[in-house]
Design a protein. Structure first.
Length: 74
């Protein structure tokens, strides 16, 4: 039986557990090397900082998805 079919037969608690394992715990922001744009991994949003990056500007959480923000050096 395919895993997807098993999900329909599962209890709500087990469905929540499956979704929780698939949901990322952080939103990774990557800086574009050519510009000062930072791209959020949770969506197609771009953000520009005049000086520094998200952490230097006091961002702890992504304003788009609400997950804890993590910087990735692009």
């Amino acid at each position: 039986m395919p895993e997807q079919d098993l999900l329909y037969q599962s209890s709500p608690a087990s469905l929540f557990a499956v979704q929780a394992r698939e949901t990322p715990l952080t939103c990774t922001w990557t800086q574009d090397d050519e510009d000062s744009y930072w791209a959020a991994a949770c969506c197609d949003h771009l953000f520009v900082f005049n000086d520094g990056g998200p952490v230097e500007n006091g961002f702890r959480y992504c304003p788009y998805c609400g997950l804890e923000l993590k910087e990735a050096k692009g």
